[in-house]
Ligand binder design. Structure first.
Ligand SMILES: *Cc1c(COP(=O)(O)O)cnc(C)c1O
Length: 167
């Protein structure tokens, strides 16, 4: 109802995104984003080896092949320097996970993604309120998913949000 619309508008503003759509869970957000972006059978998606199962489950459900990139021992986020060697002609996207509220190093990742023509979807399930170079996660031009599961930063019981720049 109207409270949901208000939450979506407020969340989008907080994250610095032009729009946000509430969903039943972070997992549901990944599900519809992969569909909306046409990612499926025969495609490869690079994502960190250390994440919640949901990120990988949704890739497998979509028929895409998850390709694991190792994590940086210091930040626990994906090792941006290890991504390029994993890009093949089948690579459609990279899904970085902002692990435990710590932001991924987005500038070199975005430079790489632009140069090699792959999309970036941010798994921000634990990154409500996280900032990278002073700007909130969700504002960096990519679709991002957030989770409101009880173990996450804020909760709605169950729930999630997708922030979008190109609607
Ligand atoms: C929790 C989580 C999700 C999924 O969120 P749900 O709301 O539980 O479906 C996706 N990715 C990561 C990294 C998570 O921790």
């Amino acid at each position: 109802g109207p409270v949901t619309a208000k939450f979506e508008a407020g969340f989008a503003e907080y994250c610095g995104a032009p729009g946000a759509v509430s969903v039943a869970s972070g997992t549901a957000g990944l599900h519809i984003l992969l569909k909306a972006m046409g990612i499926g059978r025969g495609d490869e998606v690079i994502t960190p080896s250390m994440t919640f199962a949901s990120t990988v489950n949704q890739l497998v459900l979509a028929g895409a092949k998850p390709v694991f990139v190792d994590c940086d021992y210091g930040t626990l986020n994906l090792d941006v320097g290890a991504v390029e060697a994993l890009i093949t002609p089948k690579t459609k996207a990279v899904i970085p996970v902002h692990f435990a509220g710590g932001p991924c190093d987005m500038d070199p990742l975005m430079e790489l993604a632009r140069r090699r023509g792959v999309a970036v979807i941010e798994d921000a399930a634990h990154a409500v309120g996280t900032r990278y170079r002073g700007k909130p996660v969700g504002s960096h031009g990519n679709p991002a998913i957030f989770s409101f599961h009880p173990i996450k930063n804020i909760t709605t019981g169950e729930g999630g949000m997708v922030t979008l720049h190109n609607q």
